[in-house]
Design a protein around this ligand. Structure first.
Ligand code: AHM
Ligand code: MG
Length: 342
């Protein structure tokens, strides 16, 4: 049936309807999600104008309105920070761009949530007009409300996230999130400046058609990782794994989003150059793991579920195997034959 105007569901209506399913909800999480929608729209507008920077003035220069031009990733960092820090829903925010967490002012109005985010992921794609994304992870504060929030609020196991999601600045801008009740995707209609429900209850295929990995790292991988990737590429010869097609953008959000919809596995294993892998546990792996698990997929570090890893430091890295369940299980099985590095 074609959509009529009354069947259009805005993100606001959707979040509100979800909130009604939880009579105990105070609305704070819903409002925090709206704050993130606002940041998403501001970043999206800026990203869409990025190609004009050379005409309108480059980073560090003063633009026509007299404002100082910022690099896009720093702009995105500030956009999220400004959207969440004054509304009284968050007590502490940590960005991949910052060494230390930022305590939200004023102390008297600090909220009960903690947000960790990667403001603009896909740094090598930012300046070349290729899809990039923002990733966010929301936890409940665990330290006492009376005192100062601390590192303990930020270093929580991924399983405890109350919400997580991403914003993809691709051929259209999409916001995809979960609060633990399925994964829902919204597409920004730029003509009305509103996110509209376009992908309700996303389910990822059990087995994927794509494998996504930076194969230039091949010589730096362990033999088990090489065997797994070879099986995704050529099939395993035993009929358990069919050869897959390759797709790799080098922007985590875009690679994960494509595989979430079409099915596939994304791998960023450890290698001899990065013994812990490249991606960050708190800002990248954990939020995307919650989204993918909620859509019926899986995410591991090769052995353990990403959502069970206990973070020890803010900028900790982890190997990542994420996507269609059968494909992630296949890779984990091969990796389990290898002894754990000391
Ligand atoms: P960034 O945080 O500097 O943007 O790096 C993360 C990005 C991911 O988006 C992507 O999956 C990965 O790095 C690509 O790395 P590589 O260029 O090594 O393939
Ligand atoms: Mg990143």
């Amino acid at each position: 049936m074609p959509h009529t105007s009354t069947s259009i569901i805005t993100i606001e209506r959707f979040i509100m309807e979800q909130e009604r399913l939880h009579p105990e909800a105070t609305g704070e999480l819903s409002n925090l999600l709206y704050d993130l929608c606002l940041a998403a729209k501001i970043i999206s507008r800026h990203v869409r104008r990025a190609g004009l920077t050379d005409i309108l003035g480059s980073a560090g220069a003063v633009n026509v309105s007299g404002d100082l031009q910022q690099k896009l990733d720093l702009f995105a960092h500030d956009a999220v920070q400004n959207a969440v820090q004054h509304t009284g829903r968050v007590c502490i925010a940590v960005s991949e761009e910052d060494e230390e967490p930022m305590l939200c002012p004023p102390a008297s109005r600090r909220g009960k949530y903690v947000i960790l985010y990667d403001p603009l992921d896909g740094s090598t794609n930012i300046d070349v007009n290729v899809s990039i994304g923002t990733i966010f992870s929301i936890h409940r504060r665990v330290t006492a409300r009376k005192g100062e929030p601390s590192l303990a609020d930020c270093l929580q196991v991924g399983r405890k996230q109350v919400a997580a999601g991403y914003i993809l600045y691709g051929s259209s801008t999409m916001l995809v999130y979960t609060t633990g009740q399925g994964v829902h995707g919204f597409t920004l209609d730029p003509t009305i400046g509103e996110f509209l429900l376009s992908h309700p209850d996303i389910r990822t295929p059990e087995t994927g058609k794509y494998y996504s990995v930076n194969e230039s790292n091949w010589n730096r991988w362990t033999p088990a990782v090489q065997r797994a990737v070879a099986a995704f590429k050529n099939g395993d010869g035993g009929g358990r794994m069919q050869a897959k097609n390759a797709r790799y953008i080098g922007s985590l959000v875009a690679d994960i989003h494509r595989n979430l919809i079409s099915g596939g596995i994304f791998l960023y294993p450890a290698d001899t150059r990065s013994s812990e892998g490249k991606l960050r546990l708190l800002y990248e792996a954990a939020p995307l793991a919650l989204v993918v698990e909620q859509a019926g997929g899986a995410a591991t570090d090769g052995r353990r579920p990403i959502l069970d890893l206990v973070p020890k430091s803010l900028h900790q890295r982890t190997p990542l195997f994420i996507g269609s369940k059968a494909d992630v299980a296949f890779a984990s099985e091969i990796l389990s034959t290898e002894s754990v590095p000391a």
